[in-house]
Design a binder for this molecule. Structure first.
Ligand code: NI
Length: 190
């Protein structure tokens, strides 16, 4: 099921997510939903808090730009080592239409549980390394905009508020348009 992705500065995105105690069918369903939501939004990574679930789960798929990588779901990911530095223009599904340079480590080694609850270790570079750091940040309530200047962040915040207002307006219009439909359907049924 595709879930709505929360738009920053939604307060849920500032909260810390919690460790997953058990990798079960319910969690596997969450992972499936996260992949579907990420693909529907054309993203390369998604963290559970972005769909309002405060659990330490991230999904990643950088294969379009790194053909040697593969889609991966990480439960309780933990960054073990960071090496080197790189600058990359990052975006985020919770900050639609925005991209800013963020400095990250170039190579990341992380430990996580896979969708079967098995412990795995991954060493990644390129976009996957950046995405792992970006998504792990989400689990701590940190956004990529927290890594840029306050001035740029405030400009983006204003644009996001406008987007949020438009979404709410559309919703109100849809709700208003749906009401007469229901009445009509009821009178036709009589
Ligand atoms: Ni993000």
């Amino acid at each position: 099921m595709v879930h709505e992705i929360l738009v920053w500065p939604n307060p849920v995105l500032k909260q810390k997510a919690h460790p997953v105690a058990k990798v079960d069918d319910e969690l596997r369903q969450l992972i499936k939903d996260m992949f579907e939501s990420m693909y529907a939004a054309d993203g390369v990574g998604l963290a559970a808090p972005q769909i309002g679930v405060l659990k330490n789960v991230i999904v990643l798929d950088t294969t379009p730009r790194q053909p040697d990588s593969h889609p991966v779901a990480m439960v309780n990911p933990e960054i073990l080592t960071l090496e080197g530095k790189c600058l990359y223009k990052e975006g985020c599904l919770s900050v639609p239409g925005e991209a800013e340079d963020v400095e990250r480590a170039a190579i990341v080694t992380a430990r996580y549980l896979d969708e079967h609850g098995d412990s795995k270790t991954i060493t990644a570079d390129g976009l996957l390394a950046i995405a792992i750091q970006h998504e792990c940040d989400h689990l701590k309530g940190v956004m990529f905009v927290d890594h840029i200047s306050a001035l740029k962040r405030e400009v983006i915040r204003k644009r996001m508020k406008k987007i949020q207002a438009t979404i709410e307006e559309d919703r109100a219009e849809e709700a208003a348009a749906a009401k007469p439909e229901k009445k009509k359907a009821r009178s036709e049924a009589r």
